[in-house]
Design a protein around this ligand. Structure first.
Ligand code: ADP
Ligand code: ADP
Length: 229
């Protein structure tokens, strides 16, 4: 089934006299369990689309729905609830709190979720079950990003949104994080949308959406993969 629907999405930023058209009548459907990669030059609207999908931002005009949640016209309170219940975020920088253990970092999210995993279960899923009592400074950058992934999936989100998840990592470490994201998509059936410049992850996707100038210019479908739907 279709989980995300966008029609004629437009996002215009106004700063003084200047108007920037970040999205120009973009339309997109996403199927449950799909693994989607957004590719495109800087400024092409990838983050803007991801932020609307994740309820961090709303469009200037157009429709956007996640299942029966109307995102385009939702109030701030509705968007907050949507993010809390349905969306896991992973960003380029891991944003762990340095004074908290890894378990406590994950618990910050599971404490406010409806059907969370135990923090230790989420850490075990990313291969860090034995490090729960460590602090972020005691583990590597790649491991910190795996903790960020654990934090994102511990609330059992419907969709995992990743903005340049390997941007701060070397190739080998990045590869481990990508394998982890692919495994979450496959084994938990989580719909995944990733912004990346990484060619390896583009090959793992069901569909690669090439964005140019606020629109989807081309779509590559990887026929050898089947959405979990
Ligand atoms: P990408 O993720 O592909 O780099 P973005 O979605 O971040 O693209 O940005 C699309 C366009 O919108 C860019 O021209 C960017 O400068 C502009 N933009 C993004 N966020 C803002 C903002 N908060 N205020 C003004 N312009 C913005
Ligand atoms: P860009 O990719 O355009 O440089 P960022 O990835 O820094 O932009 O941020 C994209 C959006 O995600 C912004 O709206 C920002 O407010 C939000 N964001 C960034 N980091 C976090 C975070 N740790 N928690 C919640 N929202 C975040």
């Amino acid at each position: 089934p279709r989980v995300f629907m966008a029609r004629n999405l437009c996002k215009t930023y106004r700063t003084g006299e200047l108007e920037v058209h970040a999205l120009r009548a973009l339309s997109l459907d996403i199927t449950e369990g799909e693994f989607i990669v957004l590719l495109g030059p800087s400024g092409s609207g990838k983050s803007t689309l991801l932020n609307i999908l994740g309820g961090l931002d709303t469009p200037t005009s157009g429709e956007a729905c996640w299942r029966d949640h109307v995102l385009a016209t939702a109030s701030e309170a509705e968007l907050t609830r949507y993010r809390r219940e349905h969306v896991g975020f992973v960003f380029q920088f891991y944003n762990l709190i340095s004074s908290l253990t890894l378990r406590e970092n994950v618990a910050l999210v599971t404490d406010i979720a409806e059907h969370p995993m135990a923090p230790d279960e989420a850490l075990a899923l990313v291969g860090l079950g034995d490090r729960a009592d460590n602090f972020p400074s005691q583990i590597s950058g790649g491991e910190q990003q795996r903790v960020a992934v654990a934090r994102a999936i511990a609330k059992r989100p419907d969709v995992l949104l990743c903005d340049e998840p390997t941007g701060a990592l070397d190739v080998d470490t990045g590869r481990l994080v990508l394998d982890l994201i692919a495994r979450i998509n496959r084994e938990l059936g989580t719909t995944v949308v990733v912004i990346t410049h990484n060619a390896v992850i583009a090959r793992m996707a069901d569909r690669v959406l090439h964005m140019t100038n606020g629109a989807i210019a081309a779509i590559e479908t990887n026929a050898s993969r089947c959405p979990a739907a």
